[in-house]
Design a protein around this ligand. Structure first.
Ligand SMILES: Cc1cc2nc3c(=O)[nH]c(=O)nc-3n(C[C@H](O)[C@H](O)[C@H](O)COP(=O)(O)O)c2cc1C
Length: 321
């Protein structure tokens, strides 16, 4: 069902990518995605030392024998890791797929990734960035419209407009996303010409997602109006769930408070506190507009299978029009 260039490139059952999520995409979450037939992506930036990163990769291997990828993050961070060291670990550990994401396609690293025979996917938010990624050897390019949770970039292009533009511009397969949360969105992105679909926000409500139940329940009540873009003033725009801390970050943006103060307020430490303790206002959480379509807390496998089956039914209905 839905065999595409992406299912073949990654060796997965469904053309679904469960996007890397800072502080959340640990071994349990990634294994749940990969075991359900999608491509799970481990977020390397969750692990401050190479040793912890290597241990997590080994834990992940114990939990799944299905394909998975690892994300190398190039966004500004208070606690940057050296991605070259992490690449060495990935090569040693025999990881077969790497996703890079960030403000610039990493040219040097791309060369090394390709030399190591690893499949490279770069995630970005615009046609020109996608072309650049292809030119440095990406085997596939992921693009997300600014409905998406997490980094939105500065271009503010919607998924409906961005995906077909990138599909037309590129020779390599495209994975599209941003605001997709059910079978309708999934099929729509394939109809736009993408060979794969990336989702993050819908999986915040997966049983395996390591956030407090208070937060999952709050997301079930949220609508498409409950997200906002913050950190534009420091060229690090992110779409997040609206809560007290997100509003404070927006105020800091408006008053041009500066990088230190803003990043402090939107820090990973605060987010981790919120995730672990369930204090809904403790930090900032990335979240896309698709949250309005998230209605149940359930296992990752059930979410993925419902999306695929809904899309399959829908394509039959559409064929009859
Ligand atoms: C809570 C959360 C954290 C995220 N963290 C990262 C990250 O660390 N690196 C990254 O490249 N993308 C990150 N993303 C983006 C996702 O990988 C994915 O591209 C996005 O969620 C897809 O759009 P959607 O949110 O509309 O489903 C994050 C998204 C969410 C919701």
């Amino acid at each position: 069902m839905f065999e595409t260039a992406i299912t073949k490139l990654f060796g997965v059952r469904y053309p679904i990518v469960v996007g890397a999520m800072m502080n959340l995409s640990c071994a349990e979450m990634v294994a749940a995605a990969s075991n359900a037939g999608a491509l799970g992506i481990l977020a390397s930036s969750n692990f401050p030392t190479g040793e912890q990163f290597r241990d997590e990769l080994r834990r992940l291997r114990d939990m799944t024998d299905r394909p998975f990828a690892v994300n190398l993050n190039f966004f500004p961070s208070r606690r940057p890791v050296d991605n070259r060291d992490y690449l060495d670990i990935l090569s040693d550990e025999g990881v077969k797929i790497i996703e890079t994401s960030g403000h610039k396609a990493p040219e040097d690293l791309a060369r090394q990734i390709k030399k190591a025979g690893i499949v490279l996917v770069h995630k970005c938010v615009g046609v020109r960035y996608a072309l650049k990624a292809q030119s440095i050897g990406a085997d596939a390019v992921t693009v997300v419209g600014y409905e998406n949770g997490g980094a939105t970039g500065a271009l503010d292009i919607t998924t409906l407009c961005l995906v077909p533009r990138v599909v037309d511009a590129l020779d390599v397969p495209v994975i599209g996303g941003g605001g997709v949360a059910d079978g309708r969105g999934f099929l729509a992105v394939l109809a736009l010409g993408a060979q794969g679909v990336i989702m993050g926000t819908p999986f915040l409500a997966a049983e395996e997602c390591p956030i407090h139940t208070n937060l999952k329940k709050a997301l079930l009540d949220a609508t498409e109006l409950d997200t906002m873009i913050v950190m534009r003033s420091i060229q690090n725009s992110h779409r997040v769930w609206v809560n007290e801390t997100a509003r404070k970050v927006a105020e800091l943006d408006a008053s041009h408070a500066g990088l230190q103060e803003i990043v402090q307020m939107a820090s990973g430490n605060r987010a981790r506190k919120m995730y672990q303790e369930g204090d809904l206002n403790a930090g900032v959480m990335a979240c896309g507009q698709g949250v309005g379509l998230v209605r149940k807390i359930r296992p990752m496998k059930d979410i993925i299978e419902e999306i695929v089956h809904e899309a399959d039914d829908l394509r039959r209905k559409l064929a009859c029009l």
